[in-house]
Structures are given as structure tokens and as C-alpha cells.
Write a protein that binds this ligand. Structure first.
Ligand code: AGP
Length: 609
């Protein structure tokens, strides 16, 4: 949540700041701002409510000449969306941009008010700015020491960049809770929350670790760890292509990411399926094999879309590998006293690897006696990967649309591969792992086929776009797909949608059925089809309006519409059936003219609890 960029450069800074902060808009887009110390040593601050485009318009009207600056795009936590609450926050000579939440900000605010500080915002970040100023004026220490003294007083997360008008040759970055990355240039250096923001200026990066403080100058970077020891952090060369950050021929990132799925799944499978039934993950440490071999229970924790993927995996682990699997929403997992099952493996699932709830769940689990923990994640440099015993990458590529699409299908692909791997390690039923490997190889082609049916989904979307409520139904491993379909619709089309297991309808929601609440049912050919057919009749006989997504023919009923889809193998059907539901949500949102890539109130990676 919230995006930070900062730089001390050879080039004129304002254009760099707005180009870069625009690329971080996915992290929050309530309001944005920048501050530059110009060539005459004035602080120039520009802040606006709304998208970064507002900031660009306002900045372009001014002539700012300077080489050091910071910028921020906000996802409000403390204080409403307003210009006053927009970063950067300033206390005299100190300028701060911050990502995180300071839990004890009220106590500190009172303390600072008593010392005479006047607050102009409701934010916890302004508390940091005044505290730094107070500490600086107490002892005239170096800015690094001032920051170290101040962060000792902060409870919560404080990833931030600080700039001092009295010493405009350096920036200080402090990491706590959310990522900060240093981009290395030639006689200029950059800082950002995500490498995406810097790919247009460099491919060389240093990832700060939790508790690190970095002093960043044009020609020099010094990093100190949480114990204040000078430390050399590894430089990495990013292989992310700048062009992959662009929309290309698509209207939205979400549309691009939906259509990229055959390729992203191919990348996920590449070099990992061997010898008919063997699965190999090169990034997985060898010791993981022992842990998997000894695993008798699995606990998965995740949030949002990743949680829905975990729910599908529960079916696969239990029905294919005979391993009991529990799935829990990460924030719930760490909010209660848990009893851990015997020989249990903890799996966290996350696109970003920075989701605060999931990270906290992982940290909590370490006190509970799990056999080990594994994260399945899309971001190799993320906190979840760093803090887990083992990791497997989903290789979806950059996902920028706030609504997850290709990260969901690649998570499912990895989970199914993992099931095959564990079956093999336990030497249980090689036929099943062989079948999984064979079928996964067909998946990209199956998804290509369904994407070609987009015109059918578009016509359904045009009919449903004016609805206020919808129900999504599925059974077995298609129930989580109904959940994911409903989540997509809520997120981007702002239509209230609820998902139910089809069999649960008669226990209450049936009372809602009428022609104004369309029911989307996923009913492919499988052992549950006959039960689903009964549910269809229950809905139709009560005057309900139903859209059945299936590869089957059905007896005609009034108000029943069948969306006939191509054949898919049962094993991979959950991965296949989410595609039309992603398209449905996308085309409905498009018809309604919604902000598809940046839905209101949301952010891509949720780094606050
Ligand atoms: C889904 O479309 C959302 N982007 C959201 O639910 C997301 O899946 C959730 O916040 C978890 O994110 P993660 O996978 O990065 O941990």
C-alpha cells in the first residue's frame, strides 16, 4: 500500500519523479504528491487528490529545477483522502514519504503538540516528520542517527524516505514492513517501493532488508543493518523487461493479463515437468523433499484471490494425494489460538509476497511447531520468499491490474504440480502424478481455446451489466471458482455478488431467487453434474434467471441460458472455468465504464493489517 519513489540524480528530477510514481499507482491511488529541493535550495511541494494524472498536470505547469526529490502515491489509512493528508509531509527542513502505519501515533502526536508542533494533517506520517525534526534539534546529530533515535520510538511499520533541506546531497531510506529497493544509476541513484518504477532508468537493484537504513547519494550508497553494522547487500540485475510493464494493444492491464494466461502458464510449466510424471522446481531447496515426504497434514494460509486458489488446492491435496488440507484466511489464522495437526506443512500463497496478513501468519506459524513452511509466490525478492524455509515461484510475470487474474491461474498450476511432486515423493500412486503431468501440458492450449470464445461472454456481459446483485454457484472444486468469479465482479464492476456451494442454496439463499438476481452456475461434466442439474431446476421452477457455464447440453427450462464451453479434462477444469468468469467481470466493468485497473478503495499489494 502506498508507493514511494525518490532519487538523487544528474538529470532534472521532476520528470523522473512523475514518470516513476505513475508506475506505482497500483499500490494506492487516492492522492499523490512530490517534493523537490530545487537548485536555489527551496522545497517545492505539489500535492493533489485523485490519480497521479492530476499530479502530472499540476507539475507540468511549474518549472522545477532540482536534482533531489521524493514522491508518493497514497492509499489512505490515517486521515481521509485530502490534500492536507497527502504526502510528502514536511516539518521545517525535514521532508518525509512513508509507507506503513505507526500504531502509537496518537501518543507521539500529543507529545509533539506539547513541544509546540502544529499539525496540518491527520496522518501518522506527519508525526514522523515532526519527531525527526524534534530529535534533530535536540542534539544536532547526523540525519542517520536522528532517524535511528526516532524509529526506536515508533511502534508499527515505517518504510520511508527522508530528505533534509539543510543537507540536500543525500536521501535516507529506512525499511520496515514494506519493501524499499535502491536502483543503481551512473552517478545517480534511485529508491522505490518496487523495481517497476525504476526499470526505465536502471536494471541494477539492491533490495533493502527489514531494519536496514541506507544513505543514498549520487555516487555512493551506504547501508546499515538493524544493529547499525555497515553491510554490503547483494546487487541484482533484473531480467524484467520494461516493455512487459506496458499495456500494448490492450485497453487495460487486466485485459492484457487475462489474455496472457496461456503464455504465463507455459512459463510456469517450462523446465519443470520431466519424464512423464516428475516435477522439478529448481528454486526449491533439496531439504524440502524430506519435509514433503514426512508431511501428513497441510495448512494453507492466504488472502483474497490467493485464498480462493488455496481452496481449490484443498480438493486436490485431499482427493489426489490423500493428504488432509486445511485452508484459512491469513488474518483469521493469526488472530486465534491454534492447534497444529501432527506433521503439518504450512503453505503461504501470495502473488506479491508482501501481503501483511499473510506475512504475519507466517511469522506466527513459526512459533507453533509446523514441520516446515513453504511459500508459493510470484515475487522472488519478496518478504514472504525471504522469510520462508522453502519457496516455489509462480512465474506469472508482472501483474499490474489490481484484480488478480494470471496470478490465480499460475498459482493453481503450481499447486497441481506440487500435488504431483508430493505423490511422487511419497511413492503413492504414480498413475495420478503421470496423469497430472500429461494434463497440465494441455492446459495452455485449452485456455487459448476458451479465450477465443470471448464474444459469447461479451454478449452475456452486455445483458448483465445493469444488474445490482448476482449469485455464483459451484460444487466441489468449482465452488472456489464461483468465489473467485464473484470476487472479480465485486472488485471491478462494483456489483454485489455472492458465491455459494450449489447444494447450499436451498438452506437460505433460494429465498433471494427472482428474475432480477442472475445466477451464474459452473456445471462442467463431472460426478457432480446430476446434483447441479437438480439445483438448476430448483432455480428455474422459482422463476430465477440462470446462466450455466458448461461443456454439456441441458434440457431447456424457461430463463435458462447455457454458455457452451469447449471440453476440458476434469483435473484442470477449475483452472479453465475461471477464465470465462474473469472475462465476464471484465466486460461488465468495461460496459459500465469502471476504472478496471484501479478499482476504488483498493490497492494491489496490501501491506497493512
Ligand atoms: C484479488 O483480485 C485481489 N487483488 C486481492 O484479493 C489479492 O488476491 C489479495 O490481496 C492477496 O494478495 P497476494 O496474493 O499478493 O497476497
Amino acid at each position: 500500500m502506498c508507493g514511494i519513489v525518490a532519487a538523487v540524480t544528474q538529470r532534472n528530477i521532476a520528470d523522473f519523479l512523475i514518470d516513476s510514481i505513475k508506475k506505482l499507482e497500483y499500490r494506492g491511488y487516492d492522492s499523490s504528491g512530490l517534493a523537490v529541493i530545487d537548485n536555489k535550495n527551496n522545497i517545492i511541494r505539489i500535492r493533489c487528490v485523485g490519480k497521479v494524472n492530476e499530479l502530472i498536470k499540476k507539475t507540468n505547469k511549474k518549472k522545477i529545477l532540482g536534482n533531489i526529490g521524493v514522491a508518493h502515491t497514497r492509499w489512505a489509512t490515517h486521515g481521509k483522502v485530502s490534500k492536507e493528508n497527502t504526502h510528502p509531509h514536511i516539518s521545517s527542513n525535514i521532508i518525509v514519504v512513508h509507507n506503513g502505519i505507526i500504531e502509537n501515533n496518537s501518543v507521539l502526536r500529543l507529545f509533539l503538540q506539547k513541544k509546540g508542533y502544529i499539525f496540518s494533517s491527520d496522518t501518522d506520517t506527519e508525526v514522523i516528520a515532526h519527531l525527526l525534526h524534534w530529535e534533530q534539534n535536540k542534539k544536532k546529530d547526523s540525519l542517520k542517527k536522528v532517524i535511528q533515535n526516532s524509529i526506536k520510538q515508533l511502534d508499527g511499520n515505517y518504510s520511508m524516505v527522508v530528505m533534509d533541506k539543510n543537507n540536500p546531497s543525500k536521501l535516507i531510506a529506512a525499511r520496515s514492513g514494506s519493501p524499499l529497493i535502491i536502483g543503481l544509476g551512473i552517478e545517480e541513484n534511485f529508491i522505490a517501493s518496487d523495481q517497476i518504477a525504476l526499470l526505465h532508468v536502471t536494471k541494477r537493484f539492491i533490495y533493502l532488508e527489514e531494519g536496514d537504513i541506507a544513505i543514498v547519494k549520487k555516487k555512493e550508497i551506504n547501508i546499515f543493518n538493524k544493529d547499525n553494522f555497515f553491510i554490503k547487500r547483494k546487487e541484482i540485475i533484473s531480467n524484467t523487461e520494461y516493455k512487459s510493464v506496458k499495456k500494448g494493444k490492450y485497453r487495460h492491464y487486466m485485459e492484457k493479463e487475462i489474455y496472457e494466461q496461456p503464455t504465463s502458464i507455459l512459463n510456469t510449466l517450462k523446465n519443470r515437468l520431466k519424464n512423464k510424471n516428475k516435477v522439478y522446481f529448481s528454486e526449491l531447496a533439496l531439504e524440502a523433499n524430506d519435509v514433503f515426504y514426512n508431511t501428513e497434514n497441510i495448512q494453507i494460509v492466504a488472502c483474497g484471490t490467493s485464498y480462493n486458489a488455496a481452496m481449490v488446492a484443498k480438493h486436490w491435496f485431499e482427493s489426489l494425494a490423500n493428504i488432509p488440507c486445511d485452508v484459512e484466511i491469513a488474518s483469521e489464522f493469526s488472530s486465534r489460538k491454534l492447534t497444529v495437526r501432527k506433521k503439518s506443512l504450512l503453505i503461504t500463497l501470495s502473488q506479491s509476497g508482501e501481503t501483511a496478513d499473510t506475512l504475519l501468519a507466517l511469522r506466527y506459524s513459526k512459533k507453533l511447531g509446523y514441520l516446515g513452511n513453504l511459500t508459493i509466490c510470484n515475487m522472488e525478492s519478496s518478504s514472504l520468499v525471504k522469510e520462508s524455509d522453502f519457496y516455489i515461484l509462480t512465474k506469472a510475470g508482472l501483474e499490474i491490474g489490481v484484480a488478480s487474474t494470471k496470478s490465480f491461474t499460475t498459482q493453481l498450476t503450481v499447486l497441481l504440480m506440487l500435488v504431483a511432486k508430493i505423490i511422487n515423493l511419497k511413492k503413492e500412486n504414480n498413475n495420478i502424478s503421470q496423469k497430472i503431468v500429461q494434463t497440465l501440458n494441455l492446459l495452455p492450449m485449452r485456455i487459448e481455446k476458451i479465450l477465443k470464445k470471448n464474444y459469447i461472454i461479451k454478449s452475456v456481459a452486455n445483458i448483465l451489466a445493469n444488474k445490482k446483485n448476482m449469485l455464483y454457484l459451484g460444487r466441489g472444486n468449482q465452488y472456489p471458482i464461483a468465489m473467485e468469479g464473484a470476487l472479480k465482479l465485486k472488485e471491478i464492476a462494483y456489483i454485489h455478488a455472492e458465491a455459494y456451494p450449489s447444494g447450499e442454496l436451498k438452506h437460505g439463499p433460494l429465498a433471494l431467487i427472482d428474475k432480477n438476481i442472475p445466477v451464474i452456475m459452473i456445471a462442467p461434466k463431472n460426478s457432480l453434474l446430476e446434483k447441479n442439474k437438480k439445483n438448476i431446476k430448483e432455480i428455474c421452477s422459482r422463476g430465477g434467471l440462470i446462466y450455466v457455464f458448461s461443456d454439456q447440453e441441458f434440457d431447456h427450462e424457461d430463463n435458462m441460458n447455457v454458455i457452451k464451453l469447449p471440453y476440458v479434462e476434469e483435473l484442470i477444469a477449475p483452472i479453465f472455468y475461471i477464465i470465462p468468469l474473469q472475462l465476464l467481470a471484465y466486460y461488465i466493468a468495461l460496459k459500465k465504464g469502471k476504472e478496471i485497473d484501479q478499482p476504488r478503495h483498493l490497492a494491489k499489494s496490501v501491506t497493512v493489517e
